[in-house]
Design a protein. Structure first.
Length: 260
C-alpha cells in the first residue's frame, strides 16, 4: 500500500501539485478543532472542496463553538451556508448536531465511532473522517473516490462504500490507514477521474486492474502534459508563488488537534 500511496503523490506532483482537500485544510488551520471538522464533513457532502472550506470559515467566524451554533437561528445559518448544496437540510442538521455535542458531551466531540454515528447526518464516512482528521485515530473514511479507485486498482471487489471500508480494513496494514482518504480523494479529483482517467501519466498503472483490462497490450501510454512555464519573476529575482502555481503536496499523517 505504501508503494501505491507514494506513487499517487508522485504522479500528482509531477503533473500538477493538487490543492489540499477541504478536510485537510480544516485540519491544518490553526482554528481547526474536532467540532469544526465534524461540521465541515457534514457540510462537504455533494459540495466542492473550495466551497466547503469557504463556508466553514464563514460559519465559525460567526459561531465559534458548539454552544453558539446550538443557539443559532436557522435562517441565519442558512444564509451563511447557502453557497453549498442542500443548504437548508444541512443547516437544520448542523444545529441539531451542535445541540447534541453541547448538551450530551459538554461541548467536546466524542472520539467514539458509535457515539458519532448516533448523531443526525453522521454516517460511517463522516465519523471516520472525524477520527482521522480530528483525532488521528486510524480509520478508513470511504467516499466515492476511495470506493471507485479501490475497485479500479483491483484492491477490492465491492458494490458499496461500506463493503469497501470493511475490505480495506482487512487488506491494508493499520499503519497506512491515516493516509488513504486524503491521498485517494486528491487522486480521484485530479488523476483517476470518474470519466477519462489519466492512465497515461499514472505512475501506478502497473498495479492497476482497470489499466490492464482496458489498455491494449503494447499500446504506449500517453505522454504527460508539458510542464507549465515558470512564473514571472518579481523585481529582485524571486519567482512569484502565485504565478508559478501550486507547490508540491506531501501526503502526511494529520497533526493531532486539541479537542473542541
Amino acid at each position: 500500500m505504501k508503494k501505491i500511496l507514494d506513487g499517487m503523490m508522485s504522479t500528482m506532483n509531477a503533473v500538477k501539485p493538487p490543492r489540499m482537500t477541504a478536510l485537510r485544510e480544516l485540519h491544518e488551520a490553526e482554528t481547526g478543532g474536532p467540532f469544526s471538522i465534524l461540521i465541515g464533513t457534514i457540510l462537504s457532502a455533494r459540495t466542492k472542496d473550495e466551497n466547503t472550506a469557504k463556508v466553514v470559515r464563514a460559519l465559525f467566524a460567526r459561531y465559534r463553538n458548539a454552544r453558539e451554533l446550538a443557539g443559532a437561528r436557522l435562517r441565519d445559518v442558512e444564509r451563511i451556508i447557502r453557497p453549498i448544496g442542500f443548504y437548508r437540510v444541512k443547516a437544520r442538521r448542523i444545529i441539531e448536531v451542535a445541540k447534541i455535542v453541547d448538551s450530551e458531551y459538554g461541548g467536546v466531540v466524542p472520539e467514539d465511532i458509535d457515539k458519532l454515528v448516533g448523531m443526525p447526518g453522521v454516517g460511517r464516512k463522516t465519523a471516520n473522517c472525524v477520527l482521522v482528521y480530528a483525532f488521528e485515530k486510524p480509520a478508513i473514511p470511504v467516499d466515492i473516490h476511495v470506493h471507485r479507485i479501490s475497485n479500479r486498482l483491483g484492491l477490492v471487489e465491492t458494490k458499496t462504500p461500506e463493503e469497501t471500508e470493511q475490505a480495506l480494513m482487512k487488506l491494508v496494514p493499520r499503519r497506512h490507514w491515516l493516509r488513504i482518504n486524503d491521498t485517494f480523494v486528491m487522486y480521484g479529483q485530479n488523476i483517476c477521474k470518474p470519466i477519462s482517467p489519466m492512465c497515461g501519466v499514472c505512475q501506478i498503472r502497473a498495479e492497476c486492474l482497470f489499466y490492464r483490462n482496458n489498455v491494449p497490450a503494447g499500446d504506449p501510454p500517453s505522454p504527460p502534459p508539458p510542464a507549465k512555464p515558470a512564473g514571472r519573476r518579481r523585481s529582485g529575482g524571486r519567482a512569484s508563488p502565485v504565478a508559478a502555481g501550486p507547490q508540491p503536496v506531501r501526503s502526511s499523517r494529520p497533526r493531532r488537534r486539541k479537542s473542541a
